[in-house]
Design a protein around this ligand. Structure first.
Ligand code: ZN
Length: 77
């Protein structure tokens, strides 16, 4: 079961991934350096370092589903 505090909701727009709000600096509609085709790899267990371009905070993605990215540490306050 995915711990809620580790989840980060995302959306896909034209193949690009966005978060509505950066969990670290609160920037809005942040384009992530992550491609849609990488999601199945993450789901299969490949860890992926994600650096937010807005504030350079980094998390390691360990899983995802259709709505959420799952980080290795809490991303919600
Ligand atoms: Zn940020």
């Amino acid at each position: 079961m995915i711990p809620f505090a580790h989840t980060c909701p995302y959306e896909i727009v034209a193949g690009d991934l966005y978060v509505l709000e950066c969990p670290f600096c609160r920037a809005e509609r942040v384009l992530l350096p992550l491609r849609r085709h990488e999601l199945p790899l993450i789901r299969d267990g490949r860890k992926k370092l994600l650096v937010f371009p807005c504030c350079h905070a980094s998390i390691t993605l360990v899983d995802c589903d259709a709505d959420y990215l799952l980080a290795d540490r809490p991303v919600r306050r």
